[in-house]
Structure formats: C-alpha cells, structure tokens
Write a protein that binds this ligand. Structure first.
Ligand SMILES: Cc1cc2nc3c(=O)[nH]c(=O)nc-3n(C[C@H](O)[C@H](O)[C@H](O)COP(=O)(O)OP(=O)(O)OC[C@H]3O[C@@H](n4cnc5c(N)ncnc54)[C@H](O)[C@@H]3O)c2cc1C
Ligand code: SF4
Length: 339
C-alpha cells in the first residue's frame, strides 16, 4: 500500500494553491479513473486534493450559450433539461458512456482528464512511453517501468488510425469530449497565473514525442467549467457509438453529428469522431464539403471518404479503416433523418 496525504478543499483558490505547492499532487473528483490508476500503481500520488466540495456543479444558461460546472456529475449533465434542449448531442454522448453507476460518480472535469484505456498503459510490467516517458520529467507520479510502445506491433485493436506517432498510438477514451469538440466548447480554467480559456479542440493533444502529455492544461490548473455556444443543432443531432458490448464498453469508433438543416439541405454542420485518435477528432474538411449540400447518401459517402484522408491502421485495428467511414455515413443519415 502506498501512503498518500489527503486534503479536502472548499474553494477553487485553495485547490489551485494546494496543487501548485507540491509535485506528486492530484485532484480527486469522482475517483472513477484516478483510484483505478492508483490501485494498479500506474499513478502513485503523494497527496490527493479532494475537490468534491467545490461549488462547481451548476448547469446554467448564459447570454452566449450553456455553462456547465466541472464538478457536475455526468448523469446530472446528461439528464438536465437545458442540456437536452440546447445540446442534445452532449446528452446522447454522455448516456453512451460507462454505466449508470459510473455516470453518477464521474464529473465533467474528470471525464476530460481520464487517461487512455490502452492495456499496456495499465500494466506496469509492459513497455509504455505514455506511462514511463523516455525523457522522464520531475513528475514523481510516474512509476518506473519499461519504455517503448507495446501496442505498436502488439495488441492494438482499440488504437488510433489518425494522428499517431512512433512513440504512441493510443486513443482518447471519452464519449463526452466528442460532443464537446463538435459543439465548439471552450474550457475555463484557473491556475497559479490566473484564469484562461482553452478552445476544446486545443485542450487534448496528439502524442508526438511527448505522449505522457494528454492535454494542454498547465501545472496547477483547475478546470472550472465548460461553455457551449448557442447553436441551431437541437433538431438534428446524433451520437453513434460502435462497441464490443451494448453498454459498459469504450468506443471502437464513435461519431458525433450536429446539423442545422434548411429544408433538405445542410446549412451548417459539426462532425467529430472518437476511438480514432489521441484526441477527440474533429472532421473539419468533411464539414466544409457538406455545408450547403443536399443531405444525400452520395454526399455522405464523399464526406466520409474526405474524412478518411491520412488514416493508417496498425494491424489489428485495420478494420477501423472500413468501420469509420461506414459509421460516419450511418450517423449522418440518422442526424439528417434520411436513414
Ligand atoms: C469500467 C469503466 C467503464 C467506463 N466506460 C466509459 C465510456 O464508455 N465512456 C467514457 O467516456 N468514459 C468511460 N469511463 C471513464 C469514466 O467516464 C471516467 O473514469 C470519469 O469520467 C472520470 O471522472 P472522475 O470525476 O471520476 O475523475 P477522477 O478519476 O476523479 O479524476 C480523473 C483525473 O482528472 C483529474 N481531474 C478531475 N477533475 C479535475 C478538474 N476539475 N480540473 C483538473 N483536473 C481534474 C484528476 O486529478 C485525475 O487525474 C469508464 C470508466 C470505467 C471505470
Ligand atoms: S499506445 Fe501509447 S499508451 Fe499504449 S503502450 Fe504505446 S505508448 Fe503506451
């Protein structure tokens, strides 16, 4: 058993101060990922800062859209009337994730920060550059373990087809984040140097040479809330999740679609995919192609083909090269009610 200190804070300022004081310190939200990582000794904190008492659970309408507090539970967000009315894609994506029990514990901030489900990452006897980076930094939370990437040339059925590097081919696991990137959300954070806003598409990052970094949050920063701008997508949204079991399974492929229809034409559209990259993968070129076009199967096929530019399989996950475009087409048909 590894010993750690436990502190509960009640204000964001106290949380930021506590986190920035010592290395090896982690925020504890719902605990559904962090405690798992601690049990497996993938993460070995010296101190946990319990942020469950922070007043950051509010879900409210603002003059520019919706604001969702970082400590709002995934189930509360999914079932909230404002979210169902103004961002149904987010509600659908959340309800496709995990299980009812987990959604009751998991928070918005924790969901954004959850680590990859790559099996090599969770097994400290296996090589993994994300868990044990070659250029190990001062982060005492990283236990030792072999470096390298077990998944490249290994078991990589769940892994990336876009944006991977020769250091890491892991995928980002969240369903919620696929909806948030599609809806052009913004993350509000508070840190030792003050408050700042991060466009959701810039929050998560590709692995490159530093796969240990999942996101662009700076040391000591606390996620405060997420903003979703007002949109006209409420009538034509769909989240399609393809997985091994009907529930309690991460996405092999997921597609988030939000459309503003004008008659049978696509006036505006947002498209994003999960299970394909180290970050929620926005399909901007396919969106651009579909804007102003008729909602037809031929156009959807062309958009899916554009979306697949640059895709690359790693052996066991080659099936995603076929599954992904087919899923895009299916999701587009359902969202535009042309199925
Ligand atoms: C069996 C199982 C199945 C699952 N299936 C799915 C699924 O299908 N889809 C899906 O999307 N997810 C799935 N999950 C993951 C689950 O959604 C995440 O574990 C959960 O969202 C994490 O939220 P949490 O509040 O429990 O975070 P915690 O575990 O408490 O924290 C996770 C990380 O976030 C950091 N953190 C938390 N809050 C903040 C904040 N406000 N600011 C900065 N850092 C913060 C913590 O320090 C920690 O590093 C599954 C999990 C399990 C165990
Ligand atoms: S894919 Fe990434 S997380 Fe998985 S073993 Fe390779 S380096 Fe580790």
């Amino acid at each position: 058993m590894n010993q750690f200190q436990y502190t509960r804070v009640t204000t964001p300022k106290a949380a930021v101060t506590a986190l920035s004081q010592e290395s090896g310190t982690y925020f504890l939200a719902g605990g559904t990922n962090l405690i798992d990582l601690m049990k497996r000794e993938v993460v070995v904190p010296e101190r946990l800062i319990d942020i469950n008492k922070l007043p950051l659970s509010t879900i409210e309408k603002t003059s520019t859209g919706l604001r969702i507090g970082a400590m709002a539970k995934n189930s509360a967000v999914a079932e909230h009337d404002l979210v169902k009315k103004h961002a149904p894609l987010l509600s659908m994506a959340l309800n496709a994730g995990a299980s009812a029990q987990l959604r009751n514990m998991a928070t918005v901030g924790g969901n954004m920060m959850q680590r990859t489900r790559c099996a090599y990452f969770y097994d400290t006897s296996m090589p993994c550059n994300k868990r044990s980076p070659v250029q190990a930094g001062p982060d005492k939370g990283q236990p030792n373990g072999p470096t390298g990437c077990g998944a490249i040339g290994g078991i990589n059925r769940m892994h990336a087809i876009f944006g991977a590097s020769n250091k890491c081919i892991a995928v980002h696991p969240s369903d919620m984040c696929i909806a948030l990137v599609a809806l052009d959300a913004t993350v509000n954070v508070s840190g030792p140097k003050g408050d700042r806003k991060i466009p959701f598409n810039d929050f998560h990052r590709l692995p490159g040479d530093t796969p240990q970094k999942d996101n662009t949050l700076l040391p000591g920063e606390l996620i405060m809330s997420v903003d979703i701008p007002t949109n006209k997508f409420a009538d034509n949204s769909h989240y399609l999740k393809v997985r091994d079991r009907a529930s309690y399974a991460f996405a092999l492929i997921s597609v988030g679609v939000a459309v503003d229809m004008k008659g049978s034409n696509i006036h505006d559209i947002r498209l994003a995919m999960g299970g394909v990259a180290h970050k929620p993968w926005r399909l901007t070129e396919a969106e651009q192609f579909l804007r102003g076009k008729a909602a037809t199967e031929a156009n959807f096929k062309q958009a899916a083909s554009i979306a697949m530019n640059g895709a690359k399989g790693y052996g066991e996950n080659d099936f995603k090269l076929t599954l992904a475009p087919n899923s895009i087409i299916d999701a587009l048909k359902t969202a535009t009610k042309t199925a």
